[in-house]
Design a protein around this ligand. Structure first.
Ligand code: GDP
Ligand code: GDP
Length: 435
């Protein structure tokens, strides 16, 4: 479980420049591996060993100042609801604007850490000018220049100091499910179907933060926790018509879950936003089940309809295609039980602990039959492998020259692991290490 930090502020103050600076290096690595279009407004960062998720709210509420004006209250409200700390960014070049003042009024009432970052402070003159931002009534400010990084260290030091303590991911016995997807996919309907009547609710367990809640359910013979139901209960308050809101909600729910139930509307398909949410879950190494909802609305279903639809989704989620896909209808209750059953199975797959002996007995002969190709005339000898003691499956293969094992071979090993062991729906990691 990580902390979430939201960056708010009006357009063009430099939020995305700041964001890119903080997440750059790590993101680049992930991109080359997954090949998936990533959400450019969400990323992981760390500072002095503390990691946190960073959300650039500006990326979701882009556009001109007048659009922003209409959205400003909601943007701030959502950031406040969903984040553990807020960085409020302003621009020394334009000075204090009426819109900055409006945001400041909202943020002064907030009881979460708010850090005021005065951006574009590139020279001494601007450093003097920055003083005017005291008038926002938010106290101390941090002069920074996102383009070259100056001042960001002090800002991050202060941020880390103010972030609430987080517990490490606990190995709970009950699966924690997050129901995620685009607005209107049928999430609330599905959750209502899961919850059934109130009497199925066993207990409310307060999460690590005030608004993240795990609620324990006992339904269809399975026990599980539903994550971030608080956000769903609030639904009537904020109309979730903007992608921004669903992504903000997804981030929190995904981070606190073991398995994500990604719901999509069969009539709308697997578009870029769904892909972003999928990517978020994969990125956080959570179990994933894809639920294609509203299957009742798909007309003229032929023998191949389901197979073709599945193939279409698999093309979108490559290379991580070993994910269960269930076609369901919350309306007619078709395969709702199957959906839960599958999610529980993915939870179990994610908790799999393969014995070292068994792993070696199976994998070493496979490797012997098809060893890593020689690289620069050198032969890689894999001697031994083991699963690491992490909450989700990670495997280490010990060899003489780990640096010579290339990506295609890593993928080959991953595929073999998936074939031999049931890891469906679970992102795994394969490492090669020096013996
Ligand atoms: P956003 O709309 O808040 O995400 O703002 P952007 O990150 O897109 O930045 C808007 C403009 O401000 C871009 O032209 C940036 O190059 C510029 N900018 C961002 N940070 C700085 C800075 O530290 N100094 C200066 N001089 N310009 C900056
Ligand atoms: P959310 O925004 O993802 O929570 O979506 P809702 O649960 O509010 O559902 C959006 C709309 O889709 C509502 O009108 C639901 O009645 C409808 N809906 C949900 N599931 C199904 C389904 O399986 N079939 C059909 N035909 N409609 C559905």
């Amino acid at each position: 479980m990580g902390n979430i930090v939201a960056v708010v502020g009006r357009p063009n103050v430099g939020k995305s420049t700041f964001f890119n600076r903080l997440i750059q290096r790590r993101e680049a690595i992930v991109d080359s591996v997954s090949g998936v279009t990533r959400d450019r407004n969400y990323g992981k960062s760390d500072w002095n060993g503390r990691s946190f998720s960073l959300i650039d709210t500006g990326g979701y509420v882009k556009g001109s100042d007048d659009i922003f004006e209409a959205e400003i209250d909601k943007q701030v409200e959502l950031a406040v609801d969903e984040a553990d700390a807020i960085i409020f960014m302003v621009d020394v070049e334009s000075g204090v604007t009426p819109m900055d003042e409006e945001v400041a009024v909202l943020l002064r009432k907030v009881d979460k850490p708010v850090l005021l970052a005065v951006n574009k402070v590139d020279n001494n003159k601007r450093l003097e000018n920055a003083v005017e931002f005291y008038s926002l009534g938010l106290g101390e400010y941090f002069p920074i220049a996102s383009t070259n990084g100056s001042g960001t260290g002090d800002l991050l030091d202060a941020l880390i100091e103010k972030l609430p303590e987080q517990k490490a991911e606990e190995e709970t016995e009950l699966p924690r499910f997050a129901v995620v997807g685009r607005p209107n996919a049928g999430k609330s309907s599905f959750i209502n179907a899961l919850i059934g009547e109130e009497r199925y609710i066993v207990t409310d367990v307060a999460g690590t933060t005030r608004d993240a809640m795990d609620t324990k359910y006992n339904r269809f013979g399975f026990e599980f926790n539903l994550v971030d139901t608080a956000g769903i209960r609030r639904k009537s308050k904020v109309k979730e018509d903007l992608e921004f809101y669903s992504v903000m909600r997804s981030v929190r729910a995904i981070e606190n879950s073991d398995v994500c139930l990604l719901i999509l509307d069969a009539t709308r398909g697997f578009d870029g936003q769904v892909q972003n949410i999928f990517w978020l879950a994969q990125r956080n190494r959570k179990g994933i089940v894809i639920l294609v909802n509203k299957w009742d609305l798909v007309e003229d279903k032929q023998t191949n309809t389901m197979r073709d639809y599945k193939a279409m989704i698999e093309r979108e989620i490559e290379p991580f295609t070993d994910v269960p896909i269930i076609f369901m209808s919350v309306l007619t209750r078709q395969r709702i039980f199957k959906a839960i059953e599958t999610a529980v199975k993915v939870f179990e797959n994610r908790s799999t602990k393969i014995k070292t002996r068994e792993l070696n007995d199976i994998m070493l002969p496979i490797i012997e039959q098809n060893p890593p190709p020689a690289y620069k005339g050198k032969y890689v000898k894999i001697k031994f492998c083991m699963q690491l003691p992490t909450p989700q499956p990670q495997f280490a293969f010990f060899c003489n020259l780990p640096q010579y094992v290339r990506d295609p071979y890593k993928r080959y090993i991953e595929n073999k692991l998936r074939k031999e062991f049931d890891l469906s729906g679970v992102p795994i990691s394969v490492y090669f290490r020096k013996k």
